[in-house]
Ligand binder design. Structure first.
Ligand code: FES
Ligand SMILES: [Fe+2]
Length: 370
């Protein structure tokens, strides 16, 4: 048995220290050992609807180019031209035709990564077969695209099964059938672990999210799980039917939400960079893109049943605004934490017994970073 420190016996365990929240060296190590080995949430499957569409995602310190081939399978490559190393694509978007053409000397690659054109050169003067793009692992789950830079990574579902947050139990909600109605992007002056710790506890909920705890009463107690619900769902307050600024919200329910006894919310942190938040009428997927030790870009995708999106019969604004309000409340406390943990007076943070999911996070982190 591990020796417990005096503090742990008193109910406190040490969280991340000042260096782990601020140091560029540790940040680089995290990009290699955590973002460079785990599967990372890279975007939505629907962003690659057809051949020629491209998704550019920052994974660890790498820019990754994700494409769909003619058989609708995903392909991912380092976003690097094999001629003189130019970055190939700057941003996600629709391509003209299937070829990826380098903006420097116009070498072109197929969606399978093969070098197919080298203008101004005789056809056989270059051994094209040896100059294909360098592939990385890519897969999709529930409408979300994941990339792993580790060529020996386990399959995506095996990896998902290793999460204490049990993300695969959310498969019953059939998220792949939903459609994205809005993407928001927040540039946040906080370390990604500050955001992940904040998501992993609800001690702050009553203080920071008064509107949310009105609709989800158990959150007032600091708990995120109801003892009487083995499905890890959490019931809305009586009379509430959704998380929305509008009281009598009339949006259709997500798949399988109808089968539950109560109007409910579910959440899961898919370490290291994805959050899944389900409520009766909307699924919000969040993607962290760490830029530096003190800066994280946060993408939020608001997914609804297909028939609801772009349908003038339904007003999605009150639902999106409610989630965004909660998101902004979280962001502002995380920025506040980042300012505090930069102080030379700060040594390390603490987790109490009630912050047990934070403890899971730090255990896995320490295990991978060592
Ligand atoms: S660097 Fe891409 S074609 Fe020259
Ligand atoms: Fe929160």
């Amino acid at each position: 048995m591990e020796l417990m420190t005096k503090r742990e016996i008193n109910g406190l365990s040490e969280s991340f220290n000042r260096e782990e929240y601020n140091s560029p060296e540790i940040f680089n190590l995290e990009m290699q050992k955590i973002y460079g080995t785990n599967w990372c949430f890279a975007g939505l499957s629907e962003e690659l609807g057809k051949v020629g569409d491209r998704l550019v995602a920052e994974i660890g310190n790498e820019s990754i180019l994700i494409l769909r081939n003619r058989d609708s399978q995903l392909r991912a490559f380092y976003n690097v031209c094999q001629h003189r190393g130019s970055q190939l694509c700057d941003a996600s978007g629709s391509g003209f035709g299937a070829a990826i053409t380098c903006p420097y000397h116009s070498w072109s690659y197929s969606v399978e990564g093969a070098l197919v054109a080298t203008p101004l050169h005789e056809k056989d003067s270059i051994d094209r077969a040896t100059l294909g793009l360098k592939p990385v692992k890519v897969d999709e789950w529930q409408g979300a695209i994941f990339v792993s830079l580790d060529e020996n990574a386990p399959s995506l579902t095996t990896w998902l099964d290793e999460h204490f947050s049990r993300p695969r139990e959310l498969e019953k909600f059939d998220l792949a059938t939903l459609k994205n109605a809005r993407t928001t992007i927040d540039e946040v002056e906080a370390n990604w672990k500050v955001l992940a710790e904040n998501y992993s506890e609800c001690l702050h909920c009553a203080v920071v999210h008064p509107e949310l705890v009105d609709l989800v009463p158990i959150y007032k107690t600091g708990n995120t799980i109801q003892a009487d619900r083995p499905d890890w769902g959490v019931s809305l307050s009586s009379g509430a039917t959704s998380l929305s600024l509008k009281k009598d919200e009339n949006l259709p329910l997500l798949p399988a939400m109808d089968d539950l006894d109560d109007y409910s919310v579910f959440g899961a942190y898919v370490y290291p960079n994805m959050l899944i938040d389900l409520s009766p009428t909307v699924a919000v997927l969040t993607r962290y893109v760490p830029r530096s030790a003190t800066h994280t870009t946060v993408y939020s995708y608001y997914l609804f049943p297909k028939e609801v999106v772009n349908n003038p019969e339904y007003d999605l604004e009150p639902t999106i605004s409610f989630s965004d309000m909660v998101n902004q409340q979280d962001i502002s406390v995380c920025v506040r934490v980042q300012r505090g943990v930069a102080s030379r007076s700060f040594t390390n943070a603490f987790h109490t017994k009630m912050e047990r999911y934070c403890r899971h996070l730090i255990r896995r982190y320490r295990d991978e970073i060592k």
